[in-house]
Design a protein around this ligand. Structure first.
Ligand code: ADE
Length: 254
């Protein structure tokens, strides 16, 4: 779903330096632009213009980064890849989530408006473009079937990624790394259909909504958002994150 035009540019964001490093290897004609404590890598993947950036963690960091991509680099579409903690028992570490609806689980302006409603916008969530979702799902499923994604140098994760599946569904974001069962259960109570949690997506989708930029957010499950999450997360980021982000972007911008 990439319109081939000289003026068409895709912004690519990741919340971990490891993810960016892998994607950078795909790029040619790269120039670096340092703005607001971020390095924006402008160049090409195949024949598509891209700007790649490490957003840093959290909703504010991600919002400021995507705003720069939109206003200074004039992107036409955004791809965000990164890791997430699973909130549904259907998911395993290594599974891929293509976000459909995005909630800010720490937004609470009661009693003025309902819990989770975004002030001034009158909405409780943001939704990714249906065509981009089905395009991503088709490409990622094809890649999983052709064993493109799960080849990986690290033997532990080759095993985990072997049964990798792609899912489409709800993602919640907040300025919190979820690593205890009480918080996890509480979130599930509020968002029963939630597939995973992370710390940037729903903020990025709000900015894209406000500027009318189509977006797709693809997350790979690094942990179970439980008490084992800090260990699973660190392992996953070290051994898998950069390889898998690179493959996802390659599949998306083939
Ligand atoms: N990103 C990856 N795992 C996460 C977790 N458990 N909580 C929040 N963000 C995450």
């Amino acid at each position: 779903m990439i319109p081939q035009s000289e003026n068409y540019t895709i912004g690519i964001m990741g919340a971990m330096p490891e993810e960016i490093a892998g994607v950078l290897e795909l790029m040619t004609d790269v120039t670096e632009h340092n703005i607001g404590m971020r390095t924006y890598h402008k160049g090409k993947i195949n024949n598509t213009n891209v700007v790649l950036v490490f957003s840093r963690w959290g909703k504010v960091a991600a919002s400021s980064t995507v705003t720069t991509l939109i206003n200074l680099f004039h992107i036409n579409q955004l791809i965000f890849t990164g890791v997430a903690g699973a909130m549904s028992d259907k998911l395993n570490i290594g599974d891929i989530v293509i976000g459909k609806r995005f909630f800010q689980h720490d937004m609470d302006a009661r009693p003025f408006i309902q819990q989770f409603e975004i002030p001034m916008l009158g909405v409780g969530h943001f939704e990714a473009d249906a065509i981009l979702i089905s395009d991503a799902h088709e490409k990622i499923n094809g890649a999983i079937e052709n064993k493109l994604i799960h080849e990986n140098e690290h033997p532990t994760y080759t095993a985990i990624l072997k049964n990798q599946k792609a899912h489409i569904g709800d993602i919640a974001s907040g300025d919190q790394f979820i690593s205890n069962e009480t918080t996890r259960e509480n979130l599930i109570k509020h968002f029963p259909d939630l597939l995973c949690v992370e710390m940037e997506g729903a903020a990025v989708t709000q900015v894209c909504y406000e500027f009318n930029i189509p977006f797709i957010i693809i997350r790979v499950i690094s942990d179970g958002a439980n008490s084992n999450a800090p260990i699973d997360f660190a392992d996953f980021v070290e051994h898998v994150a950069s390889v898998i982000s690179k493959k996802i972007v390659k599949i998306m911008i083939a």
